[in-house]
Structures are given as C-alpha cells and as structure tokens.
Design a protein around this ligand. Structure first.
Ligand code: ZN
Length: 530
C-alpha cells in the first residue's frame, strides 16, 4: 500500500457513467455444474502454496523488491515463471508478459480469455503490486531505514493471493464468460507508477475493463474481517461483492474508506468500478519487521478463496455495476448518517404499561389509560393486568409493545380486573399503521434493488426470522424488487395470500443467506428472551 499521507492530490478525471441499476444474476444454464466448478476452484487454494509464494517474494535475497532494483527484477522473474507455468496468455508488450516503463520497471500482465462470444471482449481485472520499498527511505519507510524491508504483507501477500487465483481458475475446466486480466503492478510504492502507466497505455482496451479488484495487503486478517473498499463506486456493487460462500469465521467489512493509496485508484479515476481488498494496517507497515512469520496464512487462504469466488462471479454476471462518481465523495464520516437506525416507534395506544408490582401477578400492569382517535375512553383502567394479547401470553412490556406495533387495527386483550370474578375480554383499538412484518427499511441510492433495514421490532415475525438492523434485503420470495416501495407492495400481496412462509434474501456483513418470515404466527408465541 502506498502511504497517501506523502502523496500529493491530483485532480481526478471526470467520468461519464449512466446511473442505472445493475441487474445481476448468474446464467441459469448449467448452474449446478458451475457451482461445483467454483467449489473445486476454491478448493485448489492452499496455505502451503500461499506461504511458499510469500516466502520467495519476501526473502532477504530480493532485498525488499524496490521497483527497478535487482530485487525488483528477481521478483518479476518469479511472477513471470508462475504465469508461464499456469499457461495464461501474455498481455504485456508485444506478446510478452512484461510491460516496461521508466527504464527497469515493469508490470506483468496475463489474460484468461472469456468463453461467451457476447462478453469475451470485456475484462475483469484482478491485480496486486509486487514491488515494495527496498531498504526504505525517509520518504517511504516508517523506520528504521537502511534495513531490508521484506514487505511480506505489503504486498507479497497480495501477489501470492493473485497467483493462487491464476492457478485456481486455470486448474478447472471452465472459462468464465468475460475475459480476466491478471495484473502485477510495479512501482506502486513510488506513487502508483505501474497502474498509472497502464491506464495511460493500456494493453487491453481501457473501455473494455468493466470491473477491477486490487489486492494489497491481505496477510494480516484480524477477527475474520476482510476489508472491501469501493463498494459505493458502482451501482449495485455490494450485492455482487457479497457472497454465499464465506466461511463461518469470516466476514466482509464494506468500509467507506476509499482513497488514493493503492492501485485501485488510477482505474477508478478512469471510470472503472474498482474495489480494494485488504486486511488493514498494522504496526509493521512499511517497516523492516513486515516479515513472513507474521502472516496469517489461514486468513490469506480465506481471502484468496473469496477472490476466486468473486472474480468468477464478476466475470460471469449478466451485467456489471455501472460507475457511480458520487461514491468517491462518500467518506466514512457520512456513513453513520446514511445508515442510522430509526428511533423506536410511537405507541399505538395511549396506555402506560408497567411490570406487575406484586411478584405473583401475571401479565402487564395498566398504570394509566387515555382515549382513542375519536376521544372515546379506552376499555382499560389503572390497575388492570393484561394477561394475553390476541393469542399470545403477555409477559413483558417490551413484548406487549412489539405485539401492538405489528397488529392490524385492534387487539383482543384478556384482562384481570380487581372486583371481576373472571378475566374480561376487551378490544383495544390501535392508531397508526402496523409495521407489516415488524421491520422498517430505507433505500440506498448506491444499491438499487436492495433496501437497508433500519428497525426490527422485538418479537415480530422479522425478528423471529433473524432479521437485524443493518441487514440488506434484495429478494422477496425469490424475486428481485425495484425499490423500497416495491418490496412493501410485494410483501402486502404475499401477506394477503395463502402463503405461510416468505423467504427474504438478506446480506449481513458480506454474507448472503435466505431467511424465512413465518406468516402463520404474525403475533408470535411469547419470546422467552424478552
Ligand atoms: Zn505499501
């Protein structure tokens, strides 16, 4: 990774891009065998090969791989030999892997041709810089300088990962629909020289590059977090970057941090939705202590398997995300405002509830009761104990609030009143609208066709199904919907039909799963956790 604190700001090129939804789906033909192929490709990624590649690149003999130095040239020869062995097609200058620039510097480029005649002319780029800072200088080292900076994480880790992606995709008998360009950038640590050079002199048509992934520092995964930057830079990116295949102990962190600190930037400046995959900074960053022993190799394996998964899906998608210029202005500071949860809802009946005073009393105590919409007194009096609401046994104020929020226009309450021989049944009218399944959501302009969950009522059908604030929904009953209103309309149709189970496709921290809303228990059985 390039230290952006030392970079000067350059104006970005402006990019014209149509703001339309990326409708993304897999080709249905041979979907099962494709799924098996993807699993087989992911399974070829091993910790042994990752650590072997990183060991070569971060060995002292390569002297920190400074661009243009003899160590840099040795690193280039190693990468080139791996590309030759994999049998991918050279995509540098005149039939070679190398694209030379600035004298001794060189990017190394290779392609895997696409299989779909209609899409093979388009490219998905996956790249990693292979240079580092050599012995370090005041300009690029956090010290001490004058010692070999091996750059095991920065970026032997990313190069090893992309080499393993090359091996995985060539090991299986399946060519994705679009062509894939594998890029090993040089001179990144000297202000992104290699990727900037390639954008000025692209070796495949720049306009044909539809998406790019930059892998820079994936060797220090902490708590299973793989950081994915740039999801705001293309419409619908997050739906495509999220996966159904993440291991249980890994998640994606879709950070809003996105800046001129690595090779995603020149491609983004050229209007390509360009994503930045990494595992974050650490105390050995740009120091001689960034060594192979400190790599989290199982974490690298998880990250690399994800890269195989996402590259194949990008290359196979019907449509790829359109560039979204506004994404560059969305800083991490904006995020809490855009993703803020909604406050609790106003009560739907003018009743003050409390837990029963005496230990043996059941249900919830009525402290005070007001009037309804028409100013008629509500059918409750102070001192009543509400013991059931519709069919559910009432056992807490939070649970009763939740039941009232999702009820339609009234509820039947069973009430113990002092002086009465038996519990009374009363109908409590409610104001306001029910919260359909017990959740609220809002649209996200960057993710057309998905909504962001802003509120989940405890004990509601949504809560029971496992929906949580911050989740994103992008399918209802297996179908996409256009926008937030589209989801609401479809849900109302389904709730009014005989359907008893409504599947929702939900993304949580990069993991896609399907949850099922059970409509048979709209008011729920008592939730023992409340
Ligand atoms: Zn760096």
């Amino acid at each position: 990774m390039f230290d952006a604190r030392r970079a000067w700001n350059r104006p970005l090129l402006t990019c014209a891009a149509a703001a339309c939804a990326a409708l993304v789906s897999l080709p249905t033909r041979a979907a099962d065998s494709r799924e098996a192929t993807l699993a087989a490709a992911m399974a070829t990624v091993t910790t042994g090969e990752l650590s072997s590649h990183a060991g070569v690149l971060a060995d002292d003999s390569l002297e920190g791989r400074e661009a243009g130095s003899r160590g840099g040239l040795a690193a280039a020869r190693f990468v080139e030999s791996r590309l030759q062995d994999a049998g991918v097609k050279p995509a540098g200058d005149s039939g070679r892997f190398a694209q030379r620039f600035n004298g001794n510097m060189q990017n190394l480029l290779a392609t895997l041709p696409g299989s779909d005649p209609a899409l093979a002319a388009e490219y998905v780029v996956i790249g990693a810089h292979y240079d580092h800072v050599g012995y370090g200088s005041r300009r690029n080292s956090n010290g001490p300088i004058g010692y070999i900076h091996n750059g095991a994480d920065d970026n032997a880790s990313g190069v090893s990962a992309v080499l393993e992606v090359v091996d995985a995709l060539t090991a299986v008998d399946y060519h994705p629909r679009r062509s894939i360009l594998f890029a090993f950038w040089d001179g990144e640590e000297k202000n992104l020289l290699g990727s900037r050079h390639w954008v000025r002199q692209p070796t495949v048509p720049l306009g044909a590059v539809k998406a790019a992934i930059n892998v820079d520092m994936v060797g220090r995964m902490v708590d299973g977090a793989l950081i994915v930057g740039g999801s705001r830079i293309g419409y619908g990116s997050r739906q495509l970057l999220a996966s159904e295949r993440l291991p249980a102990d890994m998640h994606l962190d879709f950070t809003w941090e996105y800046k001129e600190n690595s090779d995603h930037w020149p491609l983004c400046a050229a209007g390509v939705p360009s994503y930045f995959v990494n595992t974050g900074l650490h105390e050995d960053y740009h120091r001689p202590s960034d060594d192979v022993e400190k790599l989290n190799v199982p974490g690298m394996q998880h990250a690399t398997q994800y890269l195989v998964d996402v590259v194949m899906r990008l290359a196979d998608a019907d449509e790829l995300p359109k560039f979204r210029p506004a994404g560059r202005g969305e800083t991490p500071e904006l995020r809490p405002h855009r993703e803020r949860p909604l406050p609790p809802l106003a009560p739907r009946a003018a009743v003050e509830w409390a837990a029963p005073v005496s230990g043996d009393a059941r249900g919830v105590l009525v402290v005070a009761a007001g009037v309804d919409d028409q100013h008629n007194p509500l059918p409750l009096v102070a001192g009543d104990h509400v013991i059931t609401c519709d069919d559910a046994t009432v056992h807490s104020v939070a649970q009763l609030d939740a039941l009232l929020l999702v009820a339609t226009d009234s509820v039947e309450l069973s009430v113990v009143r002092s002086g009465a021989d038996a519990p009374l049944t009363v109908t409590l009218p409610l104001t306001g609208k029910p919260l359909q399944i017990g959740a609220s959501w809002r649209a996200d302009e960057a993710e057309p066709g998905a909504v962001f969950v802003t509120r989940v009522v405890p004990n509601s059908a949504a809560a029971r199904a496992g929906l949580a604030v911050g989740d994103r929904i992008d399918r209802v009953a297996g179908e996409p919907f256009a926008d937030a209103d589209g989801l609401l309309l479809r849900l109302r149709e389904l709730l009014a039909s005989d359907t008893t189970e409504i599947p929702l496709r939900v993304e949580t921290a990069g993991r896609i799963r399907t949850i099922v809303i059970d409509t048979r228990r709209p008011h729920g059985e008592p939730d023992p956790t409340l």
